[in-house]
Design a protein around this ligand. Structure first.
Ligand code: FE2
Ligand code: FE2
Length: 301
């Protein structure tokens, strides 16, 4: 093992995968969705409010040079080794493996290297578990840790949660903001056609990682930053919600997020050759991309 390679690469094994497209993203209370996933979404709907978002925004601020820890990407990967996503019905694998699967899927499809790197980085925002607690939905240490402010499909806070576009719409009424007339209308706190970037999606790894990359002057194109910032916004990119809040150009941007999403989702099956030794082989290539896009040194997290 080389010292710069995340140490868990050699331990990771995958099972041969056999899932069909319809078998991904099954979210119903009666069709075999794991109880932990249902609970995750119930909590997320109960606790992700505008006030919570604003509290997290302060806690994870990069303003005026603020950060919580200086780490290289490799060091962050090492921290993420034992983090397992509790919100995802399709993924019981270490997140690191998912990131490499996504990146390799994009590479095999001959997409540009910045898009491959986006695949590698897109979920790294889950690193917030280092500073989080179960109370705030950011416990990545316990086997059944509360992770409703790390991952899961996001929705816009500060306006009505669209029943027709979210998983488990029956939990929407549990959201305190949906009983507050400032926030429970279709526009809520937003102006009509205010544009995608004015929206506050439920706080999680997407928003944090976007802010982190901007704070570290990543040389990634805007499309890459969009994919990272909005990939969990399924009600928006998959169900067409929030159309009234979009402005010119936002639909073009959505197409990139949708392209990315195919790789994020359908590479989660175990059918690949990314076993430990293969990962050792791949790492120098991705290390090169990390450096090329300005993320080679110690970064602010
Ligand atoms: Fe993600
Ligand atoms: Fe992902």
């Amino acid at each position: 093992m080389t010292p710069s390679t995340p140490s868990n690469f050699q331990k990771i094994q995958t099972n041969a995968g056999t899932k069909t497209v319809e078998e991904f993203r099954t979210y119903t209370q009666d069709e075999g969705t794991p109880a932990r996933v249902i609970e995750h979404y119930r909590d997320m709907r109960r606790f992700q409010t505008l006030e919570f978002y604003e509290r997290m925004e302060k806690k994870y601020s990069f303003e005026n040079g603020a950060y919580r820890k200086l780490m290289t990407i490799e060091e962050a990967f090492v921290e993420l080794e034992n983090y397992i996503d509790a919100s995802d019905p399709d993924l019981d694998l270490p997140n690191l493996l998912h990131l490499l699967q996504t990146a390799e899927g994009i590479r095999k499809a001959n997409h540009p290297d910045w898009l491959q790197l986006t695949g590698l980085l897109h979920d790294m925002g889950k690193i917030m578990f280092l500073w989080g607690s179960g109370e705030d939905g950011q416990d990545g240490y316990s086997p059944n840790g509360k992770q409703w402010a790390l991952g899961g499909d996001t929705f816009v806070v500060g306006c009505r949660i669209p029943d027709e576009a979210v998983v488990f719409p029956e939990f929407n009424e549990l959201n305190p903001d949906m009983h507050d007339e400032r926030y429970n209308t279709t526009h809520g706190i937003y102006e009509l056609n205010c544009g995608l970037d004015a929206l506050k999606f439920a706080w999680g790894h997407d928003e944090y990682m976007y802010r982190m990359l901007v704070a570290n002057d990543a040389k990634l194109p805007r499309e890459a930053l969009d994919m990272i910032r909005y990939h969990s916004a399924y009600p928006w990119h998959d169900k067409g919600a929030y159309e009234h809040l979009m402005k010119d150009g936002d639909f073009e941007r959505m197409k990139w997020v949708q392209l990315f999403n195919k790789f994020d989702l359908y590479t989660k099956d175990g059918d690949n050759e990314l076993r430990g030794d293969k990962m050792q082989e791949l790492w120098p290539y991705y290390k090169g991309l990390i450096e090329k896009y300005g993320l080679g040194g110690k970064l602010k997290w």
